[in-house]
Structure formats: C-alpha cells, structure tokens
Design a protein around this ligand. Structure first.
Ligand code: NDP
Ligand SMILES: O=C(O)C1=N[C@H](C(=O)O)C[C@H](O)C1
Length: 247
C-alpha cells in the first residue's frame, strides 16, 4: 500500500486525484491539503508520496518542502522554468533516495503526442502548435505546449533542420502567437473546452496533424496513478511521464 497526500486537493485536478487515489486498491489517501496547509503535514500524516496540483507560484516551494520532509513527489502543476528544475535537481542530491516526477501532462494521448511530434518534426518544413483550454486556466501558453515546443526544437536542431519559413514582416498585434524555442504557439481559451493540443506540420503539398483531446479530467488519472506507483523506483528528477514508460 502506498500512502498519498494531495496538495491543491480542493482544486479541479486535486479533487479528481483525491477520488482516483481513494478508488485505487493499492493506494491510501492520508492527507488532502490546500493553500495555507504546510507540506510537512503530509509527512506527519504518514504520506510516502505527495501529488501537487496547485498553482505555478506555489509548486516549486512545495517540491522543496516535500524533499525536506523526505517525501517522493508527483507534480502536475505547470510553470516550471529550467532554473527551477535545476534547483530541484540540486536539492535532490541531498536526498538521493527520493524521486520527483514533474509531468506537464499526464494524459496518455498527450504524452504520445509530445513523443510523436518530436519524432516527426525534423521531416517537415513548417511546425506550429495550437493549444486550446478552458478559460479558468491561469497560464498561457500551456505547460504541455512549452514541453512540446522544446521537444520539437531539440529534434529539429539535432537533425540540422532550418526554422519554419515565415514571410510575416508586419504583426503589430501579435497575431502570429508566442515563439517558444523557435516554434510558434497559439493559445485559445474557450468555455466548454478542457485541455486540447494540435501540432501542425507542413511540407509542400501535404499536412500532418497530431491532435490530443482531454474531454474530462479523468483522462489524466491513469498517468497520475502510474506516477504515484513508480516514483519511488525512479530516484532523482524525471521531467515528463514518458520517462516512466517504454515508448
Ligand atoms: N500535468 C497535468 O496533466 C495537468 C496539469 N494541470 C495543471 O495543474 C495545476 C492545477 O490546475 P487546476 O486543478 O485546474 O487548478 P485549480 O485552480 O482548480 O486548483 C489549484 C488548487 O491549488 C490550491 N492552492 C493554491 N496554492 C496552494 C498551495 N500553496 N498549497 C496547496 N494548495 C494550493 C488552490 O486553492 P485556492 O483556490 O484556495 O487558492 C486550488 O484549490 C495547473 O498548473 C494546471 O496547468 C492541470 C491539468 C492536467
Ligand atoms: O490547466 C489545465 O487545465 C491543464 N494544464 C496543463 C498544461 O498547462 O499543459 C495540462 C493540461 O493541458 C491541462
């Protein structure tokens, strides 16, 4: 039995995670914590793993507090920078037995979309990303889009592929979107949506589109549970659920 504490337990993802952990025979929920609660309360409740679905401004401090408390951490909250990941990596050297998984998206379709887009991107002249989410989301572009763009950029750089062609010379209103690692990313916020991403790739005469849709937050739960079950077996920092999967 793995003892689990959920941070951000009253939020959209936290509440879904509490239900999923409660429903799993091999997991037991020992703490459901929210803003104002100390992460150390999870350790005092007997947790082995904390799951963080909070807010970008709180998640890094929560992970450092989890490491201090001797807890493994499974993190879905977005907003992680390379510097913040580096600080966690450094902190984990003091506790080499602990695992921290930071995954921008736990939906299996999204994990596959990120892998497939990195594999395909060197073979196309043009690549752009459209991410589409519910309007209550606080960050844009999504963590998934950032991770997707980084994977695509790394794959194209390794293959020596040039930037996507773009004749735009006048864009006073930013209609071409954000540019992340050289990849244009467009963010849509629309009532009725949950979490969606489209990766568009083009060559002369053809288009290749990878699309992933989460219509319900239950779509993230198989990945979250996989992370909880495997985090102790993966000491150190892992970024992306694909690090726990054979793909
Ligand atoms: N990796 C993945 O697969 C997914 C990641 N996400 C990400 O997860 C995060 C949460 O999303 P979502 O559930 O929709 O957001 P919500 O706003 O619904 O939930 C966030 C919760 O965290 C609480 N909170 C804020 N600060 C703290 C803190 N310091 N400690 C503990 N709890 C805190 C909030 O409480 P209060 O309201 O009182 O401030 C709220 O209950 C976002 O970054 C989102 O992008 C979302 C879906 C999937
Ligand atoms: O806020 C959300 O809802 C989501 N956040 C994550 C992100 O920013 O990529 C994962 C998923 O897209 C849902």
């Amino acid at each position: 039995m793995i003892s689990v504490a959920v941070l951000g337990a009253s939020g959209r993802m936290g509440a879904t995670t509490v239900h999923a952990v409660d429903s799993a025979d091999d997991l037991t929920l020992v703490a459901a914590l929210d803003a104002g609660d100390e992460v150390a309360m999870a350790a005092r409740a007997g947790a082995q793993v904390v799951v963080d679905f909070t807010v970008p401004s709180a998640t890094e401090a929560n992970v450092h507090a989890a490491i201090e408390a001797g807890l493994h951490a499974v993190v879905g909250t977005t907003g992680w920078t390379a510097d913040a990941l580096g600080r966690v990596d450094e902190h984990l050297k003091e506790r080499p037995e602990l695992g921290v998984l930071i995954a921008p998206n736990f939906a299996l379709g999204a994990v596959l979309a990120m892998k497939l887009s990195a594999a395909a991107a060197p073979y196309f002249e043009s690549v752009e990303i459209v991410e589409l989410h519910h309007p209550d989301k606080v960050d844009a572009p999504s963590g998934t889009a950032r991770h997707t763009a980084a994977g695509i950029a790394a794959a194209r750089a390794a293959a020596g592929v040039a930037s996507s062609p773009d004749a735009t010379s006048q864009d006073p209103d930013g209609a071409r979107g954000a540019v992340l690692d050289g990849v244009h990313v467009h963010a849509v916020r629309l009532r009725g949506l949950v979490a969606h991403e489209e990766i568009l790739m083009g060559n002369p005469g053809e288009q290749f589109t990878i699309r992933t849709d989460s219509f319900d937050r239950v779509s993230f739960m198989p990945g979250v549970l996989l992370g909880i079950r495997k985090v102790a077996a993966h000491p150190g920092l892992t970024v992306g659920l694909d690090g726990y999967m054979t793909l």
